[in-house]
Design a protein around this ligand. Structure first.
Ligand code: NDP
Length: 505
């Protein structure tokens, strides 16, 4: 059992008019320029609109996962720093932010949104260098969506009374926000935009591997002239995240990350009275019926699992194919996998960039090896991987059974497990046979079948004839071990407000 053997080579589809095995496309390198960005050698904590070293002064190094080269040093916060950051946020809430009329808060949010747009290229390049995601994704998805979240919630800031009539909506106070490494600037926007619109102040802790766009955002906060202390950003390991969310002066906690850490936070906060939103892992079913437009479904399947190297909580990592179309679909899928370009995240033609860290790559490899050991059949296209950095080939497993670890556990990598079904009821039963419930997809021509599937699947988001589509107006969140609470839309706004008042207060 080895993953280093030469993978099966991909025959070119006959429609290209090429001999079998001939590579149809040769792209010249198209690297995005990096001369317009500036990464500081060292970043301090951002508290009260000032960057300052941690106390005692301690740092850790952040690397580029595509090259393994260091990018910058960032401050390693102490518990005393957490206390300072929460204190700054609390004071800003008391003295300025909660007193501002909604229309004034909205002006700041619009300003942030516009600056994010203006500096979009810079954010996209830094995001790709720090996270490993392809530039075409950070440029076309992450950064524009982050700006869209600020625009959207800016629109609500002066309309809270209309959003929640007769509820006398009030801000909660200080929001503690802990975010992961797979969508650093987008998760920051999902968390900070609704919090500020609702009149809260925030302390945000990015993941230790991907803090750079959060510190770039700190610069935007100053550029937008936000009052000091409204947005504070601190970096440090998981225990600093725990110290932050359990701080007694924090009123609201929002966490996105692994189910294991989500459970620890839920246990630590039980009975504390803090309002909590947890957005955790997933193992989404993507279900293809025999009447689905297969070519369109192939694109949805590829986007569902290989987007962002599969490091997506709502990735369509379990593909259920109706038996009658299994063979043509798998043939098309294997051919399509062979066209994916793996490599330099800064190359505009790259489809699959670097895995975020050596640890995450090891986790993906371990789960892939378990799939082989448990008897599933592996397919990987014959593509060259860069010699440095954390890269993994797009991978497809067939012959997977429900009990295999690759069908049960979140892999968080470019690995798809394919299973089959005969009837819609069997598909529903298999799709729901998971501890998670974040997202799902269904591909069929029949509207009535879409409605049946959407109602029967225990998943917070179900996409029909598409996958991985996000919009600030649409709530996102899970059932079961995928967490609770919703982010996005009016639901995500309500999560940052005290709505217990109104007529009954
Ligand atoms: P974690 O849940 O450990 O990390 C997410 C965030 O939580 C990071 O900011 C992390 O900080 C912080 N954190 C870690 N431990 C604690 C703690 N005890 N208390 C408070 N905050 C904490 O995810 P990993 O990075 O370890 O990834 C592990 C697995 O989790 C992945 O393989 C994937 O399956 C899943 N995952 C799911 C995500 C999702 O969006 N649903 C996102 C990321 C991972 P630090 O970076 O300093 O450790």
């Amino acid at each position: 059992m080895t993953l280093t053997k030469k993978p099966e080579s991909r025959p070119a589809p006959s429609s290209w008019g090429l001999a079998s095995g001939e590579n149809p496309w040769q792209y010249a390198p198209a690297p995005e320029a990096t001369d317009h960005i500036r990464i500081e050698p060292e970043y301090g904590l951002f508290i009260g609109n000032q960057f300052a070293p941690s106390k005692p002064r301690k740092t850790f190094t952040v690397i580029n996962p595509a090259t393994e080269e260091p990018l910058a040093k960032v401050a390693h916060a102490s518990r005393a720093d957490v206390h300072r950051a929460v204190g700054a946020a609390r004071e800003a809430h008391r003295s300025s932010w909660s007193k501002l009329p909604g229309r004034e808060r909205a002006k700041y949010l619009y300003r942030i949104a516009r600056i994010l747009q203006e500096r979009g290229r810079e954010f996209a390049v830094v995001e790709s260098m720090n996270s490993g995601k392809p530039i075409k994704e950070s440029r076309d998805v992450d950064v524009p969506l982050a700006a869209a979240h600020f625009f959207y919630y800016a629109g609500w800031a002066d309309k809270l009374e209309y959003a929640f009539p007769n509820r006398d909506p009030r801000s909660l106070g200080v929001a503690a926000q802990v975010i992961p490494w797979n969508f650093p600037i987008l998760m920051l926007a999902w968390k900070i935009a609704p919090a500020l619109a609702a009149g809260n102040t925030v302390v945000l802790k990015p993941a230790s591997t991907t803090p750079l766009t959060a510190y770039l955002f700190a610069d935007v906060v100053r550029q937008a002239d936000l009052p000091p202390g409204v947005v504070n950003i601190i970096t440090g390991p998981g225990e600093i995240g725990m110290a932050l969310v359990t701080h007694p002066d924090v009123s609201k906690v929002a966490f996105t990350g692994s189910t294991a850490v989500g459970k620890m936070i839920a246990r630590a906060l039980a009975g504390s009275g803090k309002k909590v939103t947890l957005e955790l892992g997933g193992k989404a079913a993507n279900i293809v019926f025999d009447d689905a437009p297969l070519d369109q479904a192939i694109e949805g399947i590829v986007n569902g699992i290989y987007f962002n190297q599969g490091e997506v909580c709502c990735a369509g990592s379990r593909l259920f194919v109706q038996e009658s179309v299994y063979e043509p679909l798998i043939d098309k899928l294997k051919a399509r996998l062979g066209t994916l370009r793996v490599g330099d995240p800064l190359d505009k033609n790259t489809d699959i960039g670097a895995i975020n860290s050596a640890g995450q790559l090891a986790k993906v490899q371990e789960l892939v090896e378990s799939g082989i050991a448990e008897g599933a059949e592996i397919f990987q296209p014959d593509c060259e991987l860069p010699t440095r950095g954390f890269f993994f080939r797009p991978t497809l497993f067939t012959g997977v059974s429900q009990s295999h670890r690759i069908a049960q556990e979140e892999i968080f990598g470019p690995v798809l497990s394919v299973l089959t079904f005969r009837t819609p009821d069997e598909a529903i039963e298999k799709a729901n046979n998971t501890p998670y419930g974040l997202s799902a997809g269904v591909w069929t021509e029949k509207g009535s079948r879409i409605f049946k599937m959407v109602s029967a699947m225990r998943a917070g988001v179900v996409w029909a004839n598409t996958f991985n589509r996000f919009d600030p107006t649409s709530p996102f969140g899970g059932y079961k071990e995928s967490g609770y609470g919703r982010e996005g839309g009016i639901h995500g706004l309500g999560a940052y407000l005290d709505l217990s008042g109104g007529n009954g207060r």
